[in-house]
Design a protein around this ligand. Sequence first.
Ligand SMILES: CC(C)(COP(=O)(O)OP(=O)(O)OC[C@H]1O[C@@H](n2cnc3c(N)ncnc32)[C@H](O)[C@@H]1OP(=O)(O)O)[C@@H](O)C(=O)NCCC(=O)NCCS
Length: 168
Amino acid sequence: MLSKAAQEAIAEGSIQARISVRKSLDSDLRGIELLLSSAQLPASDIERHLSTFFVADNGYQIIGVGGLENCGSGIGLLRSFVVAPEFRNQGIAARMFAQVAAAARQLGISALYLLTNTAQDYFAKRGFTRMARDDAPAPIRRTSQYANEPRCGAATLMLCQLESSLTY
Ligand SMILES: CC(C)(COP(=O)(O)OP(=O)(O)OC[C@H]1O[C@@H](n2cnc3c(N)ncnc32)[C@H](O)[C@@H]1OP(=O)(O)O)[C@@H](O)C(=O)NCCC(=O)NCCS
């Protein structure tokens, strides 16, 4: 996933990679798609929502993605959340989540939903609670992740009420 030069630099310890978490740029699209695909996460409709996506960038390439889809009516979908395996357990996802949650609040989103097959426990620690998939509100049902994405068909639906969550 990382370029050979980046892997060698990090392995040699010759470069202290400084990791920034920032809003995504149009030029990040390919890197985001690559990272999502490598984690078997859907990458089909990123471009439409890129303005509310965040990335972790180590100066060489995108090593983390945290996406927000504004569904309207105060409802958002946290999606496309991944950190490259070499960079996990360093708090990068926590940093991305803090930025996604802040952006969501600025957009007037108070109910942040999530569909995940793999990270229920991770997001439970961030203030999400599990809920029945059939109880998803209409704006979530209309998202491509809920409606069209086969990999999300059996995913757990989770909800974080942004005002009351104390963990992000
Ligand atoms: C989930 C994920 C984004 C976390 O990224 P990260 O940068 O390693 O997370 P952080 O550094 O903020 O947090 C690390 C902590 O979360 C825990 N954790 C990581 N992944 C977890 C998971 N899937 N379930 C439960 N806990 C998890 C770690 O054990 C660690 O716990 P500790 O703080 O008690 O030691 C990353 O593991 C990942 O990309 N997974 C694959 C993609 C995925 O499942 N995405 C979610 C679906 S959209």
